[in-house]
Design a protein around this ligand. Structure first.
Ligand code: FAD
Length: 452
């Protein structure tokens, strides 16, 4: 318990307490030894990724049964549901990430800052490329968990990769925040025409899923609570446009969707445009019927596409290039040593949505299954199943949506719920301290608009 709450105390107090427990209970100690005497023959488990799925495997796996090696280009876990809040400074970046090395590694080499680039299922090897020096190396595994997630889908629209921002990682949120602040400063330069000011302060969001809607909500709060105070003359030139070809928040209940749409349409300087973007340029986007919309920032959030690694591996995939797995989350047609979880995978028998909720549950399931397999208890294995516990979304201005299987809530109550649920879901006590602290700081002093 001490280690979980205060990881820094781990090396001192916890070891002392454990020593006391071992000497105080010789029976426990000998049991522990026999049970794990096979340490030299521990299987090597390689986990790809440090996202919702992989992090969940890492937290739940019995590290006495496996030598765990984690490969990821990111040395932290990111709490994505609150990522939008960092794009305008409601929360700080470090308040929603958890360093992977806090997660009980046997030694410091068991996390490697690298990306998997190819896989040989027959030889049980992964080729990895170091993020630090680009060196490639081969890693052998006994069991492999692929949890590399997905990237944003550009649908081949010209100019997206070059001119739009994605919102998947902390680095993306940091770039968006800097660009927003830069545009305000540019708009305040002498000799900038009014048209140019309007262009710089026209923020376009492409995609009306939860990420697009929540980013719009954060922008709205920023404009209402801070821009009004800090950029008094520029305020009237700001506008936010959400472009969606179909309906917004398609996975939510129709009544809640209508509520969200009504709220957005009521907002001054906020536009909901039903169209699709056909080209993205440095200073404008082109819509379906040729309309040109000048803008200073485009955030692209329209569905998922496979990572290059997932697309390249020679394993069974569906039409979206996701790895097809059986009900035990083992990659189809493999020898049972490869598991795939989260956004990069697709369960053939029950397709589940690509959400953090599903990925996290799949991760804990795989950790448990691997434990049973390692102990020879194959008869205890159960197929994977998942029950939707509900969805939440923030709409800005202290309004939210809560779509639970048994009840639907909207407005202020849902906003309270949104904050409470995410507060309790934060993975550690450090984050549970930092996030409310940031919320309070923003409420009292406003958002930090420093650019760096
Ligand atoms: P990810 O969490 O994306 O993790 C993938 C990991 O793989 C990363 O660590 C990455 O660095 C690593 N990786 C990438 N390539 C390689 C490689 N070649 N080799 C090794 N490692 C690699 N879901 C909800 O349920 N509720 C929400 O409120 C919600 N809000 C969201 C808000 C935002 C802004 C975003 C972007 C997503 C949100 N989601 C939400 C969706 C949720 O975050 C994803 O479904 C979830 O992250 C999927 O988990 P994953 O483990 O499959 O992938």
């Amino acid at each position: 318990t001490i280690a979980r709450f205060f990881p820094r105390l781990n090396s001192h107090s916890v070891k002392a307490i454990r020593r006391f427990q071992t000497t105080a209970s010789p029976l426990n100690s000998s049991e522990t030894q026999t049970k794990y005497d096979t340490s030299k023959h521990r299987q090597r488990l390689v986990i790809l990724g440090t996202g919702w799925g992989s992090y969940s495997v890492l937290k739940h796996i019995d590290k006495k049964l496996f030598d765990v090696i984690v490969i990821s280009p990111r040395n932290h876990f990111l709490f994505t549901p609150l990522l939008c809040s960092t794009t305008v400074g409601t929360l700080e970046f470090r308040s929603i990430i958890e360093p992977i090395r806090n997660t009980g590694f046997r030694d410091e080499h068991h996390f490697q800052l690298a990306e998997a680039i190819s896989l040989s299922p027959d030889e049980h090897t992964v080729v990895c490329r170091s993020i630090l020096n680009n060196e490639e190396y081969l890693l052998k595994y006994d069991k492999l968990v692929i949890g590399v997630g997905a990237v944003s889908n550009t649908f081949g629209v010209p100019g997206v990769n070059e001119n739009a921002f994605f919102l998947k990682e902390v680095a993306d949120a940091r770039m968006i925040r800097n660009q927003i602040l830069k545009n305000f400063e540019l708009a305040m330069q002498p000799d900038v025409t009014e048209d140019e000011q309007k262009r710089l302060l026209q923020f376009v969001i492409v995609g009306g899923g939860p990420t697009g809607v929540e980013f719009g909500a954060e922008l709205y709060d920023f404009v209402k609570q801070d821009v009004t105070r800090l950029y008094v003359h520029e305020r009237s030139k700001v506008s936010v446009t959400l472009i969606e070809a179909r309906q917004i928040l398609p996975s939510f209940d129709a009544k809640l969707r209508d509520f969200a749409e009504r709220k957005m349409k009521q907002r001054e300087q906020f536009r909901l445009v039903q169209s699709s973007v056909t080209e993205v340029h440095k200073d404008h986007v082109k819509l379906q019927h040729g309309t040109i919309m000048p803008c200073g920032l485009v955030v692209w959030s329209t569905g998922l596409a496979p990572r290059p690694f997932t697309a390249s591996v020679d394993l069974p995939k569906n039409n979206n290039n996701q790895l097809v797995v059986d009900e035990f989350l083992r990659v189809k047609d493999s020898d049972g040593s490869i598991f795939a979880i989260g956004d990069c995978s697709f369960i053939e028998a029950h397709p589940y949505p690509c959400t953090a909720q599903v990925a996290e549950r799949e991760g804990s399931y795989v950790a448990k299954s691997l434990g049973l397999l390692a102990q020879g208890k194959t008869s205890e294995l159960q197929p994977f199943s998942w029950k939707n516990i509900g969805m939440l979304a923030y709409l800005g201005d202290y309004q939210g949506l809560a779509d639970f299987p048994t009840s639907k809530l909207q407005g202020f109550k849902s906003w309270i719920l949104w904050r409470s649920v995410y507060f309790t879901k934060l993975g550690s006590w450090r984050l549970r301290f930092q996030v409310p602290f940031d919320w309070m700081r923003t409420f009292i002093w406003g958002r930090d608009i420093s650019q760096f």
